[in-house]
Design a protein around this ligand. Structure first.
Ligand SMILES: Cc1cc2nc3c(=O)[nH]c(=O)nc-3n(C[C@H](O)[C@H](O)[C@H](O)COP(=O)(O)O)c2cc1C
Length: 191
């Protein structure tokens, strides 16, 4: 097997924009209305036992972060390519400047947690914060996943069998991208 080596150059650690999944976070405002904003610093880890924690990081003092700190709950709505206008709009407008109502979108309630969810999303986590870590002006939330809502048309044989090409997610790295091909499963590429 001939795997080609790549010549690299060293640069200052300012290129933080590596591969990031795009989620729009839905939160409850203090007055009972909802707010949505994109957050792409999202990952996962284990809690004790086999459960998963969603790990999500928010900088500054944005409304979304204030709402998560106050209520301890939120929805993480995976963004597909048809939702790009929504994400772009939510991400370039701040709740502090007024309601984000220039675009039309449908909102429902979570099935397990009292969180606003976007009808347009094919995959939604309903999350509850269990631990927070502060670094600089950022807060990282480790969150129990109370429920996952998955597009009914997805048929998964096992927990690894989620065909991302069907979810059509937006990948962010400072620019918006879409996903290419599905390449195979674990074990397909080694003897
Ligand atoms: C594509 C995209 C990704 C973003 N990812 C993050 C992120 O991971 N963490 C963060 O703190 N802000 C992130 N932001 C910034 C917030 O979405 C933005 O500040 C938004 O206006 C906050 O809205 P709010 O004030 O209504 O909460 C992102 C923005 C965009 C457009």
């Amino acid at each position: 097997m001939n795997i080609e080596s790549i010549k690299r150059k060293s640069v200052a650690p300012v290129y933080s924009m590596c591969v990031q999944p795009a989620f729009i976070i839905g939160t409850n405002n203090e007055d009972g209305t909802y707010n949505f904003a994109p957050i792409t610093w999202v990952s996962a880890t284990h809690e004790e036992g086999d459960g998963y924690l969603l790990v999500i990081s928010m900088a500054g003092n944005k409304r979304t972060k204030q709402n998560v700190i106050r209520t301890g709950i939120f929805s993480a709505n995976l963004v597909n390519t048809q939702m790009l206008p929504l994400m772009d709009y939510f991400g370039t407008h701040h709740a502090a400047d007024g309601e984000k109502d220039a675009l039309e979108y449908k909102v429902s309630k979570g099935r397990v947690l009292d969180v606003p969810t976007l009808d347009a999303s094919p995959w939604i986590y309903e999350c509850e914060v269990s631990k927070t870590v502060e670094t600089g002006d950022s807060t990282t939330f480790f969150c129990k996943i109370g429920n996952i809502q998955m597009d009914e048309r997805l048929e998964c044989r096992d927990i690894f069998d989620v065909d991302l090409t069907k979810l059509d997610p937006v990948i962010y790295s400072g620019r918006y991208h879409s996903l290419g091909r599905m390449l195979g499963e674990i074990g397909d590429f080694c003897e």
